[in-house]
Design a protein around this ligand. Structure first.
Ligand code: CMP
Length: 156
C-alpha cells in the first residue's frame, strides 16, 4: 500500500468543488487517511513548492496558494501515487482529458484545483509538511477492503 498527498487549492474551495473532487478519490476506492483545512503558512507553501523556486511562475504560485484556505488530504491504496495522478489529469486543465478532475472542472494552467504528489520521494516530503502533527494521519481498515481488492492476488 502507498500513501500520497492531495491538496485542494484555493480555487477548488472558491468554486465549491471540494465535495465533488473528494468524491472522485473516495469512489475510486482510495482510502482517506488524513484531512485538514487550513490557511497554511507561507513557509509551508514555499517548502512544498521549493523544486519550482527558480521557475517564472513560482511567485504567482505561492501567492495563489496562500490566497485562501487549502484542503490537504492523504490517500492510501495500491499504487496510490500513480492512481491519484491519473485521476487528477494533466497540469494544464485546458488540455486535461475529459473524465479527469482537471479535465472535467477546469480551464486554467495555474488555477488547476488540485495538487498531487508526483512520486514516492515527493509524497514522503509533502505528507511530512502538511501532516506533521501527531494524530494527523489515521491507519484504519475499511470493511470493504476485501471487495475493493482481490485478497489473494493483491492483499497478501
Ligand atoms: P501542481 O501540480 O500543484 O505543481 C506545480 C504547479 O505550478 C502546477 O500544479 C500549476 O498550478 C502551477 N503552474 C503554473 N504555471 C505552470 C507552468 N507553466 N508549468 C507547470 N506548472 C505551472
Amino acid at each position: 500500500m502507498e500513501r500520497t498527498l492531495v491538496l485542494l487549492k484555493p480555487d477548488a474551495l472558491q468554486r465549491h468543488l471540494v465535495g465533488p473532487i473528494l468524491s472522485r478519490f473516495e469512489q475510486k476506492g482510495l482510502k482517506l487517511a488524513g484531512l485538514k483545512m487550513r490557511s497554511f503558512p507561507l513557509e509551508t507553501i514555499q517548502r512544498h513548492y521549493s523544486d519550482h523556486a527558480d521557475k517564472p511562475f513560482y511567485g504567482n504560485l505561492v501567492s495563489f496558494m496562500t490566497s485562501g484556505p487549502v484542503v490537504a488530504m492523504a490517500f492510501d491504496g495500491k499504487d496510490a501515487i500513480k492512481v491519484v495522478r491519473t485521476l487528477v489529469g494533466a497540469t494544464n486543465a485546458r488540455e486535461a482529458a475529459p473524465g479527469t478532475i482537471r479535465g472535467d472542472y477546469g480551464m486554467s494552467f495555474s488555477n488547476n484545483m488540485v495538487h498531487a504528489s508526483d512520486g514516492p520521494e515527493a509524497a514522503e516530503k509533502e505528507l511530512g509538511l502538511f501532516f506533521a502533527e501527531a494524530g494527523d494521519l489515521i491507519d484504519w481498515e475499511p470493511i470493504d477492503l476485501g471487495w475493493t481488492y482481490n485478497v489473494e492476488e493483491e492483499l497478501s
